[in-house]
Design a protein around this ligand. Sequence first.
Ligand SMILES: N=c1c2ncn([C@@H]3O[C@H](COP(=O)(O)OP(=O)(O)OP(=O)(O)O)[C@@H](O)[C@H]3O)c2ncn1[C@@H]1O[C@H](COP(=O)(O)O)[C@@H](O)[C@H]1O
Length: 108
Amino acid sequence: MSTHDILHRLSDTLASRRNADPEKSYTAKLFSEGPDSILKKIGEECAELIMAAKDGKKLNIVWESTDVIYHVLVLLAFYGLSIEDVSQEMRRREGISGIDEKAARGSK
Ligand SMILES: N=c1c2ncn([C@@H]3O[C@H](COP(=O)(O)OP(=O)(O)OP(=O)(O)O)[C@@H](O)[C@H]3O)c2ncn1[C@@H]1O[C@H](COP(=O)(O)O)[C@@H](O)[C@H]1O
């Protein structure tokens, strides 16, 4: 399965958890708790990713990155968005250097 496929499948699964039982689905539990709870988890997972990166342990960096990405996908789903919306924005930015984009911003 390609990266594209797994991200889309996961996005679809998360969207399908909208009306699921919070006792049976961790995603549904986060949805039921609301955005503050999802944001708190994103903050925690980002902090864990930073610590893993500081330790330089590749496997831990992969684990923590996966946690961050999963929780960001949950946040997107909470707002009726998905990886497709992020993918569209990535496509829009493709080929535009961050250095050039920042310089263009400064001249406005
Ligand atoms: N990719 C994930 C995924 N990554 C991380 N997690 C959960 O995110 C939580 C991370 O929290 P922590 O590591 O901080 O663990 P914790 O301290 O027990 O968590 P809290 O009690 O503090 O919330 C754990 O419960 C993990 O199991 C995930 N839960 C679900 N998925 C995917 O989402 C799908 C739907 O999951 P459900 O909604 O649970 O059916 C699954 O099939 C998976 O594909």
